[in-house]
Ligand binder design. Sequence first.
Ligand code: ADP
Ligand code: MG
Length: 720
Amino acid sequence: MAKLRFEALKKLNERLKVHVDLPTPNISHFFGENVFGMEQMRSTLAPAVYKKVNSAIKNHEKIDEATTDAVASAAKSWAMAKGATHFTHWFQPLTGGTAEKHDSFFDALSGIEKFKGSELVQQEPDASSFPSGGIRSTFEARGYTAWDPTSPMFLYGRTLSIPTVFVSYTGETLDAKSPLLKALKAVDLAATQVCQLFDKDIQHVVASLGSEQEYFVVDEALYNARPDLVMAGRTVFGHAPARGQQLEDHYFGTIPSRVYDFMRDFEIECWKLGIPVRTRHNEVAPSQFEVAPLFEEVNVANDHNLLMMDVMSRVGEKHDLKILFHEKPFAGVNGSGKHNNWSLITDTGVNLYAPSSSARDNLLFLTFFITTIKAVHEHADLLRASIATPGNDFRLGANEAPPAIMSVFIGTQMTAVLDELEKKGNVKIEKGDNMYMKLGIDQIPEIILDATDRNRTSPFAFTGNKFEFRAVGSSDNCATAMTALNLIVADQLDRFFAEVSKLIEKGEERRLAVVNVLRKYIKESKDIRFGGDGYSDEWVKEAAKRKLNNVKNMPRALDAYLTKKSAELFEKHAVLTHKEVEARNEIRLESYIKRVQIEARVMGDLAMNHIVPTAINYQSKLITNANGLKGLGVDNKAVIQTIKEIAEHIDTIKKNVRAMVEERKRVNKMTDTHKRAIAYCDDIKEKYFEVIRDAVDDLELLIDDEDWPLVKYRELLFLR
Ligand code: ADP
Ligand code: MG
């Protein structure tokens, strides 16, 4: 095993530079060249057909058969001209990641290439091995994928890829995308209705997302020499390096050249696929980086994020690099997240979260701003549940990432505005008065423009013209978090509209009715607002006083999906039925159990078969040495002390690994998934992982570097 480590390290020095050239000096010349989007449809479809597709997409309508035949035929010609031989329905099963099954255009029976509208619209992948949380066994054994025309098709390799949803035969959703599309429709309807109180021209509201993706990069040979990284995506052992992130010199520092070449390479592939990647930089931890795209409509942005992760992994191979998307691959240095920058934008081009210079628009802005805060207050637990992943449990609240307590940061200026509005709300508006002036709404544009008013410790922060949901895990599909967020905001906007309408019916002036409801919301949702240090212990205490939950692990967090309040929310907006919600929870709990189980096994295997034998060998060498010293009459106390310490650590490891195995046997017999997940969390992970790790990491410091079998943190993390 130590041999493997040193062979891997040797490979590191033999790495050759991979040359990366832009296809043409101008990115605009090849951006989106592998996308069959609206532009391509416009130029290849008959105008009437194109119009139909366009309007169906905007209005969430079905597309008729003749139209889909035309689209399929145009897509096939476009793709084949670019060398495509196959097509695939590309979907997002509940296992995470994406899935696909390729079919050739070539039809041997007729001897020609074919692609019918019906094949574009619907396919039946052999889906029996995708998780369904019991849905399929109860209802129907088959599932199908169905075209999502709102996200463009793309050419990936030689395959025309068609973004699709994945549903069971009886209509239950089995993927991450379907509920997202429904939540986006709900927020469009609700937001448009509210907007029309202010501006009748607004017909649609689109939610947008820019997700900043954090990741680690390690050399492939070193990665392969760490079975824990290979099996579990994170290191279960490893002593912190002498130099970690305390110098904070990695953040925005020079990007190591190997990584720089990798970044340029994957960016080029992303641009061809129409993914608007834009920003690249180092992150806080060594070997940690971030890529941020320009924001897009949520569904498209999310497809792009998933596709980008795939592109990154593939391009990484070319550079002998492994890309780690795990939330916490290394202990002692920062983990990775996926900041979800989110806003709502009208079809008239107004960002509803951007304060403006006009008082009328500012009332619209405040409506959305305050209603969103209120929504987070109402459904904080659901939002927390939406970002639960096994990996995120290691990150949330670990003094480096947003805490597991949901709160909203809005900055001092906006706090002042809300305080002012809350106090002033009762003013009597006389004829001729400028209501906006009296309410202080007129002055928002000037006070907002302080970019330094930021808080990196908040899970949900207002950043000037958008909210940033920072608690999403780096490996996660943003769809789950975005479904929850858009759904709760949609629901709150609906309630807001109903309350305002009622006041108007009673004869209240429209704008005053709006302000009055907002005042009420400001008061009711105050507890969710927090501007201090989210990483501090004081906040944990303060949050408890405010009755804000601090759910530290995934199995417990998921309970928020099953409350009556959440069930009603999902059903009211037709996003998920209660049965679907239950099935999803079941799947997520199962995946949690499997992940902890794998980690426990890897830990046991590495500890017993690699670490303990190494320790015993080294101990034997020390014993020989101690005896030799004794024969020479030299003091051997220090050596004997080390021998004893090693013996103690070996003992701790053996005892705990054995106990953990027994515990697993007991827990595996539990039939209730929820109880089993909790037991995996409390009785296995919490109880044994730290103890075993501490003993192993101590041994790493005692044993000769020449003998140590696992690639060390300093070797993994300081890629140059
Ligand atoms: P910050 O400095 O606040 O992180 P950036 O300009 O770097 O802001 O943007 C971070 C991410 O937020 C980018 O992906 C960007 O496209 C996205 N973003 C900017 N404006 C919006 C918006 N209105 N809605 C959604 N995302 C946005
Ligand atoms: Mg940011």
